[in-house]
Design a protein around this ligand. Structure first.
Ligand code: FE2
Ligand code: FE2
Length: 354
């Protein structure tokens, strides 16, 4: 419900070339308690004021020399959402054609001259109630939109946090710190940016990438933690981490989980078709999977593992270059080398703490 206070504080603009009319209207409004009245006898100035302020109501004379009320209405229409500010037209009695034309031009209501104070106030009151209620509603909607956005962001954050921690849980089984998934997902975002992925796609990749090896949860310790080389049958079982990962992540419409599933399934495929689990080749492999493949392998090579020391960066770089077109998509290898200085910064920033 609108208070009298808010109605009386409404901003009203009156445009009439006759100073006497302005005086009369001002007096009527003044006596009724209105506090924010702007008057002008110059229509051009009225238009200027209209655009510079956020009025709640305009009282507009039609018959004015030079610029008449119709032209003022026309000028008002250049304002975005001009229909939100009601215009009350001041017109002579028995003038249906003027009324029709004014209505078509955007006027909301009329006051006939000479004015009756009661009628003027009743019409102003009506229009202001609608205008102010609309404003109040808009404010409530803005607050609600903000709250919904805030809640959505919170939920999104929670979802990212949970998936991230799940990935760490999986990673902990064969890597002590979980730093690997942070580095490799940031490397992959650098590559994605370089090949003009949109911001949203990069974000998707950043959050989906950590789940690439989540299927390792299903690999027995005897294989996952074996210090020596894996036997052939053990290797075959190890390879199923791609399928297990996809199983864990599939069957939900969320874009994040679907992307994570594609990555889990495809990150060990090779450009030349000699990877696993499906031995698909080239662009048949999901682009996300192809990106992850470079980021994941580069990080594995340059990290310490129980069975090997970290490779020097140049040696790892050489390996990536040698396998362009074999393991890796050549276009992505080029992109990776283009962003290499940034890769090194990430590598430095997220070092393992031994
Ligand atoms: Fe993997
Ligand atoms: Fe990995």
């Amino acid at each position: 419900m609108l208070s009298e206070e808010s109605i009386n504080s409404a901003k009203i603009l009156i445009i009439d070339d006759e100073p006497i009319n302005l005086d009369i209207l001002e007096e009527i409004l003044d006596n009724a308690g209105f506090k924010n009245i702007t008057l002008t006898s110059k229509p051009e100035e009225g238009v200027k004021l209209y655009f510079e302020n956020e009025f709640d109501l305009v009282l507009l004379d039609i018959l004015m020399p030079e610029m008449d009320g119709f032209n003022v209405l026309k000028a008002f229409q250049k304002r975005e959402k001009y229909t939100e500010i009601p215009v009350l037209v001041l017109t002579a009695l028995n003038d249906p054609s003027t009324r029709l034309k004014a209505l078509k031009g955007g006027a909301r209501d009329f006051i006939t001259k000479p004015f009756s104070a009661m009628e003027v106030l009743a019409r102003i009151q009506n229009l202001l109630e609608i205008r102010l209620s609309q404003k109040q509603l808009n404010q409530i909607n803005t607050i609600l939109d903000f709250k919904v956005q805030q809640r959505t962001n919170e939920l999104k954050d929670t979802m990212f946090e949970i998936t991230h921690r799940l990935s760490i849980a999986a990673e902990y089984r064969d890597n002590e710190t979980g730093m690997h998934i942070i580095r490799m997902s940031l490397y992959s975002v650098e590559i994605a940016q370089q090949i003009d992925f949109s911001f949203d796609q990069c974000e998707l990749l950043r959050h989906a990438a950590p789940m690439h090896d989540i299927g390792k949860i299903g690999i027995p310790d005897s294989i996952l933690l074996k210090p020596g080389k894996l036997e052939e049958d053990e290797m075959e079982e190890m390879k199923t981490h791609t399928l297990i990962g996809a199983k864990i992540l599939e069957g939900h419409p969320s874009e994040l989980l679907q992307t994570a599933r594609d990555i889990a399934l495809s990150h060990h495929e090779r450009w030349d078709g000699n990877g696993y689990p499906f031995q698909i080749a080239g662009e048949k492999i999901s682009i996300m999977g192809r990106i992850i493949s470079i980021a994941d392998i580069f990080d594995a090579l340059t990290s310490r593992r129980p069975y090997k020391s970290p490779w020097p960066v140049d040696k790892a770089k050489e390996f990536i270059a040698e396998n362009s077109g074999k393991i890796f998509d050549p276009k992505l290898v080029t992109a990776f080398f283009e962003v290499f200085p940034k890769i090194l910064i990430i590598k430095d920033k997220f070092q393992e703490k031994y």
